[in-house]
Design a protein around this ligand. Structure first.
Ligand code: SOE
Length: 402
């Protein structure tokens, strides 16, 4: 039974991520027992009509046109940040200093310097029982959570290879309009931070290894795009007339890097267990819609995941089925992570469930007085990898330590 004490949420931003988070806040207590009852107390956005309409549609009780008001209000316990990256640090630090719990969308910030300040603020706030979490929601996909469980159970043995791709195609049309995701001052980076960050977090989380060095290439295929007004959501078709003013794309369209992954908690000195990795993130892979893929090869077995087939984890156990190839595990059984709270055996889940599970884990941790994961410190580590990739790419792919 979900507890009756409320957890009063104030959300900043109401576009794609705001809608996904709203759905999660509403749904989580209906399917999971939570120690606290989330309440959609207020949503903030600068456009008064827009935020009012979003509140009505998404189920928020009140609106603010300045996020600072959410932080001032004493009927709000948690700030949920669903805005572009350039605003994350300011909002999160102000909220933590005011004693509000924080859920912040990924990537944590637009620079390592900002992420460091956020991690310090989070650590300080944690001493007063204030929780913070970064929204790497794919961790909560049941098949990826099962993958982590297999690694922890030793079913893969020693990890040797990590192969991570995040492939979308919504920018393939050179006339798709500009969005904030293509403006470095707002988003920090392009495919790298928007989707590559998910791959980095998932790879490190599933394997328990950290990326310690990279060699990278970044590419921008379409340097200018039509300025078609404020866009909500992804892609779409711009005004194709040749006199539509164009704006500069200031981020990478594709990011590719090789990496070394190591067990940084291992204190056995040189020769610590480690793996090699290959990462690719692009929004130009025509036909690939949301192919967030992870393959891991170990000394005893391998696993493979593709978000376009998100209810399946492919697993190869060298001892069990040496010549049978990968086995497709339908991650739809009650004993699989998160699944038991949903539908009868065999009925799959979707994109939105990751966000719902994120709320479940966050509220459970807050109710139990624990810090949730991924912490701002975990997200800072991802931020360092993003920065190392950019620095390597700017230096002719030179090896860059993280
Ligand atoms: C856009 O590329 C995007 O919406 C990302 O920003 C999200 O984090 C990812 O879940 C889906 O793709």
């Amino acid at each position: 039974m979900t507890g009756s004490e409320p957890l009063r949420v104030g959300m900043v931003g109401y576009a794609f991520m705001g809608a996904a988070h709203s759905h999660a806040w509403r749904t989580a207590p209906r399917f999971f027992d939570l120690p606290l009852q989330p309440r959609l107390t207020a949503v903030a956005g600068r456009n008064a009509d827009g935020v009012r309409a979003a509140a009505d549609k998404l189920g928020w009780e009140s609106v603010e046109t300045d996020w600072r008001r959410l932080i001032e209000r004493d009927d709000i316990d948690l700030i949920d940040i669903c805005t572009p990256g350039d605003t994350h640090a300011e909002i999160a630090i102000a909220a933590l200093e005011a004693g509000k719990h924080v859920l912040c969308e990924k990537p944590l910030a637009n620079s390592v310097a900002e992420a460091e300040k956020m991690a310090v603020a989070a650590e300080t706030a944690a001493k007063h029982g204030v929780a913070s979490m970064c929204g790497f929601s794919y961790r909560r996909t049941p098949a990826l959570a099962l993958a982590k469980r297999f690694v922890e159970q030793g079913r893969l043995g020693e990890i040797r290879h990590v192969r991570a791709q995040y492939l979308q195609d919504w920018l393939s049309d050179g006339n798709a309009p500009m969005t904030w995701r293509l403006d470095k001052s707002k988003s920090g980076s392009g495919s790298l931070g928007d989707i590559g960050a998910h791959s980095i977090d998932a790879a490190q989380w599933v394997t328990g290894l950290n990326i310690t060095g990279v060699s990278a290439l970044l590419e921008t295929f379409v340097p200018e795009r039509p300025l078609a007004g404020d866009l909500v959501g992804l892609g779409g078709h711009g005004d194709l007339s040749s006199d539509t003013p164009r704006g500069s794309v200031t981020v990478d369209d594709a990011a590719i890097f090789s990496a070394r992954l190591e067990d940084t908690k291992f204190d056995g000195g040189a020769g610590a267990a480690g793996a090699v990795g290959v990462f690719e993130a692009t929004r130009y892979a025509l036909g690939r819609k949301n192919a967030m893929r992870l393959e891991v090869n170990g000394s005893k077995g391998s696993l493979a995941f593709d978000f376009e087939d998100m209810n399946v984890l492919s697993f190869y156990d060298a001892a069990e089925s040496p010549d049978a190839g990968f086995r497709r595990i339908f991650v739809t059984e009650p004993e699989h992570p998160y699944v038991g709270n949903w539908w009868p055996t065999g009925h799959g889940l979707g994109y939105e469930h990751g966000f719902t599970h994120q709320v479940v884990d966050l509220v459970t941790a807050i109710g139990e007085g624990r810090q949730p994961e991924p912490s701002f410190a975990d997200a800072l580590q991802v931020q360092r990898v993003l920065a190392a990739v950019e620095s390597s790419a700017a230096n002719s792919s030179q090896w860059q330590k993280v």
